[in-house]
Each structure stands twice: as C-alpha cells, then as structure tokens.
Write a protein that binds this ligand. Sequence first.
Ligand code: ISE
Length: 336
Amino acid sequence: SELRVGVVGVGVMGADHAERLVRKTAGARLAAVSDADQARAEALAAGLSGGVRVVADPLELIAADDVDAVILASPGFAHAEQLFACLEHGKPVLCEKPLTMDAASSLRVVEAEHKLGRQLIQVGFMRRFDPEYAALKQLLDAGDLGRTLLLHNVHRNKTSTPSFRSEMIVRDSMVHEVDVTRWLFGEEITRITVHTPKPTSLVADGVLDPQLAVFELAGGAMADVEVFVNFQVGYEVRCEAVAERGSATIGLGAGVFTRANERWGGAMPADFRVRFEQAYDIEVQRWVDATLRGEIDGPSAWDGYAAAAVCEAGLESLSSGKPIDVALADRGEVFA
Ligand code: ISE
C-alpha cells in the first residue's frame, strides 16, 4: 500500500518535494497540497498528474483521512501550530528546517511528541543524507585520523530573496552547519559567537551578510562557518574536518579529499556498486516508475543490439588483429 502524503507550503522547497513525490519516490503518492497562496497550490496541482487535492486550510489537510503523512514546507513561523496538529492526529511529518522559530516552542514540540510515546517528527536536515557528508562522517568515526579537533565550513548562496534578513541567515542557513557540526562530532554545541564583518554592498541596508560564526562543543572542540547568502557566483557548501593525524574535505565535487602522511588526494571506490550507486538508484527507480506507466525510460533493445554488433566486430578484430567494419541493420528498415 502506498503512503499518501500531503505537502503543506508549496514555495520553492515544497514544490520541489511535491514533484519528487510524484516523479522520484517509490511507494508514495502525493495526495494533497496546501498553501497560504491558494492560486500557487492550484497551479502546482494542475501541473502534476494524478488528482492532487488542493486544501485551503493546512490544518484541514493535516487532519484529512486521505493523508497518511505530511511534509511541512511552510515558512518557519507556521511550523509550531502545524506540528502540534500532526501530533494530535498521529501523522508522521517531515518538517523542513527550522523546526520552530525559537527554543521554547521547539521544546514544547519535543515534549508533546515524547508524551505520545512515538517519534512522528523528522527534521529536514538533508545534508546527513548527502553521500559526501555521510562518507566524511564514516571516515571520522572510523578513527584512522584520530580525534576530530576542528571543523571549517563554508556555506554560500548565489543570492537571497530581499526578505532574507540577518536573523534568517542564522536560523535558515547557518542552522545546517549547526546540525552538521552536532552530528559529525556527536556532541552538543555549548556556545556560539556570530561575527559580522562589514557587509557586502549588494544587499539592503541593515542586512548583515556575510557572517562568520564560531561554535564551541561540549567536549572542547570548535567549528567555524562562513555563511554568505549573496555570494553572486553560485551555490557552494564545503566542510573540512581537521583531526589529529589528517584532515578531510568535502564539497569539492569529488568525494572526500584527505590530507594525511604527507599526502593529499581522494579515495577510489572498491567496486562499481559504490562508484555508481546513485546511477543504479536512479536507473531502477525510473525503470519502476516507467514500468507502472507501461513504458521504458532508458537504453532500449536497439541500444543493446547496436552495442552487440560493435562487440561482435570487436571479437573478430581481436582474433584477426585487423580493423573490422561494424555491420548494423538499417534502423529505418527495422522499424518501418
Ligand atoms: C535555505 O533555506 C536552505 O535550507 C539552503 O540549504 C541554504 O543554503 C539557504 O541558505 C537557505 O535559505
């Protein structure tokens, strides 16, 4: 049976998730969407096949019988009320960050969930699922580099919306480094200092961008992060962990880059399942989806035939040592 998911808030992230549910996620179905901007929700639903219901009131969507689980991608200030509604109706919820706008309301959410005796809330700190972050975590946990001492983070967006104020740079952007730092060290952050260098001239007066923060961890380690949401160039997230016997960097576009024993460089996967894991995931998911539609979505039998013809000629060349012309049927005739 499929999981019928309702998405609350279909701005940039909610629309992306809605589309992901429809096009990429096995075992789930987008049942309903809701947005403060009703027209936006209707336009999204109309563009997605499969009878997605538009529900004006997000609390009604959460309560609906045809919604088994919820993705909350509404603005942070709306989360608390909607999370309580999810708990009240026993609906599992994937809540985009921030959980809520302040610690007190977040703690009330934690306590309410705890009272239920069942974990229903997952927070959208998606970096933990990024293969590079996961590999970095694995490397640090393996312990070969010794204890982790420092983390240097860079988090840059090309531009932000005009409404993105200094507080949002902390609560909506830096919050990712907060989570990644807690997760990589397996410790709580006990102190934070946010420095504000002279801002870029390319933002509205009063917006403090970039920011440079230092986190101190319970065990005495430290992490720094540059958050710059109007970098102009493009999107860039990097992280270097400095340990006792080496360092490891991710975000260079090439897996985990380590420095140890007077050497630097990347790792080589042991086999194809590792190197092409994502390709296989995408291949199979798309094949399943296409099969359900009665189609294929990738290399066809003709592609297999063409390859076989080349290989057959190759075998002949292998034994003769000579160039061999490939004999390929005329595609137009075959499919006439
Ligand atoms: C946004 O909300 C995100 O979560 C992105 O990951 C982050 O890079 C961006 O700065 C935030 O606005």
